[in-house]
Design a protein. Structure first.
Length: 175
C-alpha cells in the first residue's frame, strides 16, 4: 500500500498510485461528480490526473489523496491539499483543501470528515497559517462543507476560466 497520510474516524487518506486508475477514471468520467469542473477527462487523462497529484506530493509534500473507507477498504473519492497561485488576492500562494467524492458516496459526511482531517493536518502537522477552498458560486454542497470547516468567503477570483469564491480559514480561527 502506498503512503498513508492521515486517518479519520472512518477514512484513510493515502497517496495515489497508477493502480487507482479504474476508480479515478470512473469518478472523473461521472457527469454529476464533475459538473462544476471545466470538463470531464476521459480515461487516458485520468492517468495524467494521477501523475499530477504524485508530482504535487513530490514537489509540495501534499496533493489530492485517495480517500478510502476504513471499514470496507473501498475508495470513496479524493481529498487533499493543493497549492495555488491566485490573482487578485493578497498572498502569492495558497494551500487549498480540495474534496471530490464519487457519486455513490455522497451524503454520508465523508467530504466534511476528510476535509476536516486535512484542515487539521495542514495546521498542526504542516504549520500552515491559512487554508482555502476554491468553490464556484453555484456549488452549494461544497460551500456547505467549507462552512462546516469554519471557512468563510475571503475573496473572489477567476479559476480555470470560471468566477470562483475563495473560502478561507486562518489557523488561529480554527475550532
Amino acid at each position: 500500500m502506498s503512503n498513508v497520510i492521515l486517518e479519520t474516524k472512518r477514512l484513510r487518506l493515502r497517496e495515489l498510485t497508477a493502480d487507482d486508475l479504474d476508480f479515478v477514471a470512473a469518478m472523473l468520467e461521472h457527469a454529476e461528480v464533475m459538473r462544476f469542473y471545466p470538463r470531464r477527462p476521459e480515461r487516458e487523462m485520468s492517468l495524467v490526473w494521477i501523475e499530477r497529484q504524485r508530482a504535487r506530493d513530490a514537489r509540495d509534500g501534499h496533493g489530492l489523496w485517495l480517500a478510502i473507507e476504513r471499514e470496507t477498504d473501498e475508495p470513496v473519492g479524493q481529498v487533499g491539499l493543493v497549492m495555488h497561485e491566485l490573482k487578485g488576492l493578497p498572498r502569492p500562494r495558497y494551500a487549498e483543501i480540495g474534496y471530490l467524492l464519487h457519486r455513490p458516496f455522497w451524503r454520508r459526511g465523508f467530504a466534511t470528515e476528510a476535509a476536516a482531517g486535512v484542515r487539521d493536518y495542514a495546521f498542526q502537522t504542516l504549520g500552515y497559517d491559512q487554508v482555502i477552498s476554491l468553490i464556484r458560486p453555484e456549488n452549494g454542497p461544497s460551500q456547505a462543507v467549507a462552512r462546516s470547516l469554519g471557512m468563510s468567503i475571503i475573496g473572489e477570483t477567476e479559476f480555470t476560466g470560471f468566477h470562483t469564491l475563495v473560502f478561507g480559514l486562518a489557523a488561529r480561527e480554527a475550532r
